[in-house]
Structure formats: C-alpha cells, structure tokens
Design a protein around this ligand. Structure first.
Ligand SMILES: [Zn+2]
Length: 109
C-alpha cells in the first residue's frame, strides 16, 4: 500500500516520463483485449486494486461497488514515449453514451 507522498512521487515521475500528450482509447466494458496486451495488463492491474482502493467513475465521480458490475467502459491512455504501459480509468454505465444509431441521433436532435 502506498502513502500520499509515494503516490505524488509516482504521478510526478509518470508526468516526467510521458511528456506533453497521451493517446487515449475508450473501450466498452467486457471487450476482449487479446490483441491489446498493454490494455489487458492495465485492466488486470485495475481489477486487482479494486478491493484495496475505491474506484470512481471519471465522469460523475460516483464510486463503483467493489463487487458490482457497474463499469460501462474503460478509458486507456498511453504515452508515445512509453508504448509498453497504459493507465486505465473507468466510466460507469450511466455515463456511457448509447451507440449513435439513427433512432438515438433523431431523439438527441
Ligand atoms: Zn458515471
């Protein structure tokens, strides 16, 4: 378990190594990541820490139930300078927009 100082040092180190931008990918929860081992590894880590640390939706900040299946999508971020690692954040099902089918577009306009 890390303390606040360690987390801040880790964030500072991450920012130093990443540089000025990230590539991001939004992936629906439950998507097979067999062809994306960096994302799969990041997700395994995220899941392994779910019991130890509270996890929040990055859109509404609501905490996920540690035992629930409320994640709607995962947002992966990779830095061009560090292609072998990714960060992962989660978005709850309520905050994930439905696919933009013709009926959804018509009702949104
Ligand atoms: Zn949310």
């Amino acid at each position: 378990m890390s303390n606040r100082h360690e987390r801040r040092a880790n964030v500072a180190e991450f920012r130093r190594r990443v540089g000025n931008y990230l590539d991001t990918t939004l992936v629906p929860a439950g998507t097979r990541l067999d062809d994306h081992p960096v994302f799969a590894s990041a997700l395994v880590y995220w899941e392994s820490q779910r019991q130890a640390h509270s996890r929040q939706c990055i859109a509404c900040m609501e905490e996920f139930d540690p035992d629930g299946e409320t994640v709607g999508a995962f947002l992966f971020a990779t830095a061009p300078s560090m292609p072998g690692s990714a960060s992962v954040s989660a978005i709850c099902k309520k905050c994930v927009l439905p696919p933009l089918g013709s009926s959804n577009v018509a009702s949104a306009c």
